[in-house]
Design a protein around this ligand. Structure first.
Ligand SMILES: *Cc1c(COP(=O)(O)O)cnc(C)c1O
Length: 408
């Protein structure tokens, strides 16, 4: 049977409107469709393919591990899962890991754990979860209800209760709302899906202080900001000078997306004290932390955590920002450039509002794959291995797409 883009409309549940081609293979920062057309990929599977497509060491690791062991479930342990757990804890200073298959499941685990800690220590009344507008935490019913974009949870009620949404970076609103009933505050260091909106450092310091005061756990959703994306392995490492040099650390950190370079994986990291509230039988996952995903996770961790690699991420991020600034001088299409490292958002200026989808489509037609974050923001999350010459090639294609976009 042959397939085409129309096959999607025929046999796939229409949760997406994919671009008008069928992808077939990839190499480094390039993807190729079934017609042989080449694309420069600045989407990286939504911040997932951190080592690009078909990275030789990833391919080698997957084939070697497939020949050894793919899956055994969590009622047994295996060498690869334990190794990645050890590496993640020693890299981050957390004590314990729980592995999942996705970001939503990692947040589900983080939120359940926070509720359980409060329940064990203070009783069932302490159940309130505070999250922020424009946040995104995944698509399970709990994580989507905690997320701060009503459009994603509308029509799926009754949604879980005990969730309060506040404006992001609003100290006064948090101070008014947080109480002894609050069990957790969850936030993204840079809101990704919501539009590449960074947390305000002063707000972050206050969130930490208020969480401590009211015995609420602070959860960082680093599903998109993690694994080198912002120039450090996790974004929270860049908060180490805040709070008079004490830094701001979360109690629970969730990770996924790039953690196994495209093989599904997620994880939460936390302290011994908090982890002790998940006892045998309280939570679980059949596939979570399988040896195949964890073997690749170790390759990613070694590669991405190297100081030179992270410096490269920051340098490429700066190069893209510089070239976007130059393009903006030409087309005046962006109101603001945001983000850090290779998590980049360009908010469209007023005359181009609601047209990020149109720009994305024009980019695709010109051989450039980009993301959007809502109707007004162009989002770039390239492979972390991108080079200066690929950046220049991509920006030449973006130049052509913007020319068509602004001429319309
Ligand atoms: C992508 C994302 C999620 C959801 O991850 P899935 O793997 O799609 O479940 C959660 N939080 C953030 C910040 C994300 O970017």
């Amino acid at each position: 049977m042959t397939v085409s883009r129309q096959t999607f409309d025929q046999v796939m549940i229409p949760c997406y409107v994919p671009q008008n081609m069928v992808l077939e293979r990839g190499e480094g920062c390039y993807l190729y469709d079934t017609e042989g057309k080449r694309y420069v990929d600045l989407s990286a599977g939504i911040a997932v393919n951190c080592l690009g497509h078909n990275h030789p060491e990833v391919v080698k690791t997957i084939s070697a591990q497939a020949q050894r062991l793919i899956h055994v479930s969590n009622i047994f342990v295996n060498d690869k899962t334990l190794t990645l757990a050890q590496e993640l804890t020693s890299l981050t200073g957390f004590d314990k890991v729980f592995f999942t298959n996705s970001g939503a499941e990692a947040n589900e685990a983080a939120l359940k754990l926070a509720r359980r800690v409060a329940y064990d220590n203070f009783g069932a009344e302490k159940d309130e979860i505070i999250s922020f507008s424009h946040s995104f935490h995944g698509r399970t019913l709990f994580s989507v209800s905690v997320g701060g974009q009503a459009k994603y949870s509308t029509g799926f009620g009754p949604t879980p209760s005990g969730i309060t949404h506040l404006p992001f970076n609003d100290c006064a609103a948090l101070e008014r709302t947080i109480s002894d009933k609050t069990c957790a505050v969850i936030l993204e260091p840079i809101q990704g899906e919501g539009g590449i909106l960074p947390v305000d450092p002063e707000f972050l310091v206050q969130v930490r202080a208020l969480c401590d005061k009211f015995h609420a756990l602070l959860i960082f959703d680093e599903v998109q900001t993690g694994v080198g994306r912002t120039g450090s392995f996790y974004a929270f490492e860049q908060f180490k000078d805040l709070n008079g040099g004490k830094g701001v650390r979360p109690d629970i950190l969730s990770s996924a997306k790039g953690l196994a370079a495209g093989i599904p994986i997620g994880a939460i990291l936390t302290t011994d004290e908090i982890a002790a509230h998940f006892k045998p039988g309280t939570h679980g996952s059949t596939f979570g932390g399988n040896p195949l995903a964890c073997a690749v996770g170790s390759v990613v961790l070694h590669t991405v955590s190297a100081p030179d690699f992270l410096t490269h991420v920051s340098a490429m991020g700066q190069l893209i920002r510089d070239q976007l600034t130059a393009l903006n001088d030409k087309y005046h299409c962006f109101k603001e450039l945001r983000g850090k490292g290779l998590l980049i958002g360009a908010e469209l200026s007023e005359p181009f509002h609601d047209q990020s989808g149109k720009l994305q489509q024009l980019c695709t037609e010109h051989g450039l794959l980009v993301l959007v974050a809502g109707p007004n923001v162009l989002r770039l999350t390239p492979p972390l291995i991108i080079t200066a010459s690929v950046v220049t090639e991509a920006m030449t294609l973006l130049d052509q797409a913007l020319q068509a976009f602004t001429a319309q």
